[in-house]
Design a protein around this ligand. Structure first.
Ligand code: SP5
Ligand code: ZN
Length: 350
């Protein structure tokens, strides 16, 4: 299996995120990816590669994100520092938003103030943006593009080992530690490479809201997500069972929400339902946004999977027999995230 890893990832290392009225240390840290690399050295289940420098990355990004949002990201750090030179020492976090409410705030009058623009393009205050965030996110997306191209070229499996993660990023917004939706880049690349039907099966603890939104009106990309019930779990405002797609996409989105505290038995049964739905769609390829925050030791999540369970998860995915691209999403039990990730990759190849 080809594993494209993002050698720019550590340029994104947010310091603090807003949580319940305080700034707390970031959970999404560079050591996460380093632990996966270390485990891959111990158990070389794939070939570590870097994406080629000449990939058509900008075109691929524009296929899933709006041009104004990409421009915003590309210039965000300079704009943040221009707002106040002392900002060079601080990560950017939003603090004001155009809340959607009838006759309330307008979104058709783009503000010039950068703090307002950040609020326009970010849906939470838990996603710090810093000097290297754009470079890291871009290179991560290049990994997703390279992985999809490898699969189009005949590889059975490829992984984009990236941070920052991607599945919360929508067409024109960041949030949930995500800037560019790497799984959506991979899925769209597979479509643009000639595949008629691509399935996305999101296994992160949190609902893959960005991916759902990006493909919500499409019947060529089936999106499914198993996640903590949004009535109690982040991202709260999407991920419910009655969201089934819209227009041509009606019936092509599946949300399987489970209560906080769910263990492997119920999660596994839910995975079987998701795999049946994926098979019924008869996709030509599969994209798996792989979050390891379903682990029992995860500090911000509420499922109870154990390390050996991830071998079975990988095996079940492999048994679909589909060309498969994986992207690295959440997973904040830093010491175990390498073992759990490589367990999935090992299971996939059993
Ligand atoms: C990719 C991904 O997994 N994103 C998850 C984003 C979750 N952000 C909100 C988490 C808030 C939890 N903060 C808990 C602090 C306890 N000390
Ligand atoms: Zn997550």
């Amino acid at each position: 299996m080809n594993i494209y890893w993002n050698d720019q990832h550590a340029r994104h290392a947010g310091r603090q995120e807003m949580f319940r009225g305080r700034l707390v240390d970031c959970h999404e840290v560079p050591q996460r990816l380093q632990h996966v690399l270390d485990e891959l050295t111990r158990r070389p289940v794939g070939t570590l590669l870097q994406p080629a420098a000449d990939l058509p990355l900008d075109a691929a990004l524009r296929r899933v994100h709006n041009a104004d949002y990409l421009d915003f990201l590309a210039n965000a750090w300079n704009d943040w520092v221009a707002l106040d030179p002392l900002n060079a020492e601080r990560d950017a976090l939003p603090s004001v938003w155009p809340l959607a409410s009838r006759h309330a705030f307008r979104t058709d009058t783009p503000p010039r103030n950068f703090a307002a623009r950040l609020g326009q393009y970010a849906f939470d205050s838990g996603t710090p943006l810093m000097a290297g965030s754009w470079a890291a996110a871009r290179e991560g997306a290049a990994c997703a593009l390279a992985a999809a191209q490898a699969v189009l070229g005949g590889e059975r499996m490829a992984m984009a080992l990236t941070r920052p993660p991607g599945h919360h990023a929508g067409p024109n917004y960041m949030g949930g530690y995500c800037f560019i939706n790497n799984a959506a880049v991979a899925a769209q690349t597979l479509c643009d490479g000639g595949l008629q039907r691509v399935a996305v099966l999101d296994l992160d603890y949190h609902h893959g809201n960005g991916t759902q939104t990006i493909f919500y009106e499409r019947s060529d990309v089936f999106t499914a997500s198993i996640h903590g019930d949004p009535r109690t779990e982040y991202p709260f405002f999407l991920g419910h069972a009655d969201e089934r797609g819209h227009g041509a996409g009606e019936g092509f989105n599946l949300n399987l929400a489970l209560p906080r505290g769910s263990g492997f038995e119920v999660w596994w049964a839910t995975l079987q339902s998701a795999l049946h739905a994926v098979s019924d769609f008869a996709p030509q390829a599969l994209v798996v946004p792989l979050g390891l925050d379903t682990f029992e030791g995860d500090p911000i999540s509420g499922f109870k999977l154990q390390s050996p369970d991830y071998l079975r998860v990988g095996q079940a995915l492999g048994q679909l027999g589909l060309p498969t691209v994986l992207t690295f999403e959440g997973g904040y039990a830093v010491a175990e995230v390498g073992i759990n990730t490589v367990n999935v990759l090992e299971g996939l190849q059993m």
